[in-house]
Design a protein around this ligand. Structure first.
Ligand code: PLP
Length: 398
């Protein structure tokens, strides 16, 4: 009777949160650890957003709201989609959830039957496959390494699609690789998807605003507007406005799927926190220049980190187009350490352990994201920390 469900035994806790926890534990034991595992901005939530939430508490806006979100937040989301993405939605096509993670969870619960296939390009955000497995679906991974700039090709997509494919997940800018698809690349993927009308598309635009180059943001619907009837756009306020703890994400797409997702949510969390919804509304409707200083810091750190990584023997790092991660290829460094008997196996996990122990730097192994032979370093931490961490990595891997 104490046995757990097969469903839950098939999944693992988020490895990125696990690394952060392990680094925190070592720190608490007095070890000098620099954590580069975090997947959240190191900045504080902008003041006008906090003020809106404090005001919401003071005026007693502390009760249940509509499950799908307050009408005024949904309106702010509709306005945002029009303003930033040129996309039109009605209120019935929008669902506000407790973070982008719940948006994806609701979507998968709403559309996946047992054995349905979900195409996920690797490296991927750690939660996609496990959320699919929890719904009894089958993750189908397309590997896209550094050789192809971490982006899947139209041929790979074509080969991966079967009659059982239900959903394809696109994430650009990508966590963890920082890769950004160009409009031409998205058009080419859209050309393949167009000839498979049974496939639904999810574009996870969570890092829309964290762009490190001057290219404008584009998603699959900007490239292929005709795919609108079968595309779900996922986004949220967590990364753009340093609001990870507030737990607000949102989805927009076909009304029948949004309604089904709302039903899933109504039987799990109900509405997202009323106070956080007011804060998210202030974020989306307020002055967008609050993003600028954070973005400038990410850009400066990105330049430093990529250059410093590439100066380490056995490490090869592409510049990121977006998000706040570097995802270097460390296969040569792993080979070298293994040849020296410094690590017991030729794996990125062994390298990660070694770096934690000998450099005092916490990174996340690429295998957590479905790509063995890489590590993810977050630059959502101070320049001071980054300088110290990169110096230690250089020394340890030299
Ligand atoms: N999508 C991607 C690609 C992410 O990296 C994250 C967070 O790490 C999320 C979605 C979910 O964000 P949250 O649930 O914190 O809003």
């Amino acid at each position: 009777i104490l046995e757990l469900s097969q469903r839950v035994q098939a999944i693992k806790p988020s490895p990125t949160l696990a690394v952060t926890a392990r680094a925190a534990k070592l720190k608490a034991e007095g070890k000098d650890i620099i954590g580069l595992g975090a997947g959240e901005p190191d900045f504080d939530t902008p003041q006008h957003i906090k003020d809106a939430a404090i005001d919401a508490i003071n005026r007693g806006f502390t009760k249940y709201t509509a499950v799908s979100g307050t009408p005024s937040l949904k309106q702010a989301i509709i306005t945002k989609f029009k303003r930033d993405n040129g996309l039109e939605y009605t209120a019935k096509q929008v669902l506000v959830s407790c973070g982008g993670k719940q948006s994806f969870f609701n979507l998968v619960q709403a559309v996946i039957n047992s054995g349905d296939e979900v195409i996920i390009p690797a490296p991927y955000w750690v939660s996609y496959p496990d959320i699919v497995i929890l719904a009894d679906g089958k993750p189908v991974i397309i590997e896209a390494g550094i050789e192809q700039k971490f982006k899947i090709t139209p041929q790979q997509l074509q080969t991966a699609i079967t009659p059982k494919t239900k959903l394809v997940v696109l994430n650009s800018p990508s966590n963890p690789s920082g890769a950004v698809y160009t409009i031409d690349e998205l058009t080419a993927l859209g050309d393949i998807l167009r000839s498979h009308p049974h496939v639904l598309i999810a574009t996870d635009d969570m890092y829309e605003h964290i762009r490190l180059s001057d290219e404008p943001f584009v998603n699959i619907l900007n490239a292929c507007p005709d795919l609108y009837p079968r595309t779900m756009v996922l986004n949220g306020v967590s990364k753009a406005y340093a609001m990870t703890g507030w737990r607000i994400g949102y989805a927009a797409g076909p009304e029948n799927i949004i309604t089904a997702m709302e039903n899933v949510q109504s039987q799990s969390t109900s509405n997202p926190t009323s106070i956080s919804q007011v804060a998210a509304e202030a974020a989306l409707n307020g002055d967008q220049s609050c993003i600028t200083p954070m973005l400038e810091a990410f850009k400066e750190r990105h330049l430093f980190v990529v250059e410093a990584l590439n100066s380490i023997p056995g490490v090869n790092c592409l510049p990121s187009g977006g998000a706040f991660y570097a995802f270097p290829d460390v296969r040569k460094a792993i080979e070298k350490l293994h040849a020296r008997n410094a690590i017991p196996e030729k794996t990125d996990v062994a390298l990660g352990e070694y770096l934690l122990e000998h450099a005092g730097v916490a990174v996340v192994p690429g295998s957590a994201f479905g790509s063995e032979g890489y590590i993810r370093l977050s630059f959502a931490t101070s320049m001071e920390n980054l300088k110290a961490a990169l110096e230690r990595l250089h020394k340890t891997l030299d």
